[in-house]
Design a binder for this molecule. Sequence first.
Ligand code: ADP
Ligand code: MG
Ligand code: ZN
Length: 603
Amino acid sequence: MKILTRNILIAFLILFILAGAFSLFIKPTESPKQIIFSEFISLVNEDKVQKISIEKSDLTIELKDGSKAKTLKESESSLTETLKNYGIVQEKITNLNLEIKEPAEYGAWISIFTSILLPFLIIGFFVWFMFRKVQGSQMQAFSFGQSKAKLANGKEKVTFADVAGLKEVKEELKEIVEFLRKPKKFLDIGARIPRGVLLMGSPGTGKTLLARAVAGEAGVPFFYMSGSEFVEMFVGVGASRVRDLFTTAKKSAPCIIFVDELDAVGRQRGAGLGGGNDEREQTLNQILVEMDGFEKDTNVIVIAATNRPDVLDPALLRPGRFDRQVVLDLPDISEREEILKIHIKNKIFDKEISLKRVAERTPGFSGADLANLVNEAAILAARGERKFFNQQDLYDAMEKVLLGPERKSNVLSKKEKEITAYHEAGHALIAASLKDSDPVHKISIIPRGRVGGFTMKLPIEDRRLHTKSHFLADLAVSLGGYAAEQIVFEELTTGASNDLRVATDLARRLVTQYGMSDKLGPRTFGHKEEMVFLGREIHEERNYSEKISAMIDEEVGKFMGNAYKTAKKIITEKRNKLEQIAKRLMEAETIERDEFDLLMKAA
Ligand code: ADP
Ligand code: MG
Ligand code: ZN
């Protein structure tokens, strides 16, 4: 608003300046002096006149001395007649140098134009100019309803070879490509072309990448749009964009429409409050209508991606719509190695590098995390003025991706360093002592990101199923730092608060989701519901009584209490080991796995 008023002010200022300039222009600088007719007569009598220009009744007189004058005559009679009437001799009249001018028609037009039209034109120009500016900042007001789908171009072509792992998913999508290329083969048998494929998987597992690979392989037009682009400030825009997108796509069939982040529009209808929801519903309905409207042989396939399949409207998942659903898992150890291989390709690195070792250390990393890791390693090497990166850079990059950058400048006081050392030693000692816990890979008391230190334990192999005994060991390890602080310093710090939160969450899940409490038995408690207006799980529907609620709290408390007991027992029994680890940590700040194993084996 402020900018608008300022623009208007500037516009008016410029207008005034222009107007001033025009008036200067139009007024002749030296205007002839006006004389009365009788003066003119006497000038003629005195032979002072050089030339007379007549324009209607206006007379412009040029005198012999170079000056100019103006006068008027009667309009009815001609100048010669008038002069005769004034008694001027015929000879003088014929000697007069007369010039008769036709009154200029366009002169009038110019004056009308300059005085009326020009200001309008100028104002018009400024209005248009400002309008364009406002528009530019607030999206194109006129193309609102059109889809902003981007047609993927041939540049940066991605193929299936660029996607590591995900074997089954790739098979499925290759079939789709086949459909698009040779629809006849399938139609002849009577098979229906699939309408939609839904890619589901956590963020960074390669959904967008895969869709781009399909586009690259299929060799058909590929319309890309993100779910959030359908949802705009104005109601109805989303639906009209969907319509536009599908119309355009049908015209260029065979083709692929890719809707990324489908959950932005595809949330369950009627679930939640807020005006934005109406808009989503309309958009979603329109998608459903369009997909139902495909003819049997419409050669358009819709691929959508989401990382929240749980919030999608069930109507989307019905056959005839997204009838193929493909799940993208986090990569396992060999897939991680393959992904690393792909991303390392056009970088310069030490030939001795073992990607397998990196893959071993990165369970739970997504494809995007791994891509990021390789890039961080290259950055670390470049910072160290090295020509290529090595194994250690990869490890350092892994910790950076996992925990944030080291905060070397953040110097701990001696006491803080001691507490942190004992705290981490506590975690490590418990992890090493419980057979159900994963082995310790590294301990560090260098602060990084938001943590003051860390103990990294890594599974020997990737795990998809977790056992109760593994969870119990995890709980005890989590409380190891807390127990160590308590026993060694007989005092607690805030350093353990995150450990406590993680442990409590885990204990609660054991009881309410995994049925691992003996007392409450095999059932789940509570039902998380997605509230649309904040887009996060903030509401937990209670499907149990107050009595059960108290029992849940009791059971959670029991899990935590037992874990604490276990931790305390181990630390008390192996107090000298704890001292050894902590002392070594204070000296070296980090202990790697090999050294830690030796420490634990020593008597
Ligand atoms: P999302 O599933 O969130 O859409 P993306 O497809 O955008 O994830 O993946 C982000 C990046 O991670 C990709 O650009 C790619 O560099 C990398 N990536 C993810 N998965 C893989 C994979 N399977 N193979 C190779 N690179 C991958
Ligand atoms: Mg994506
Ligand atoms: Zn801790």
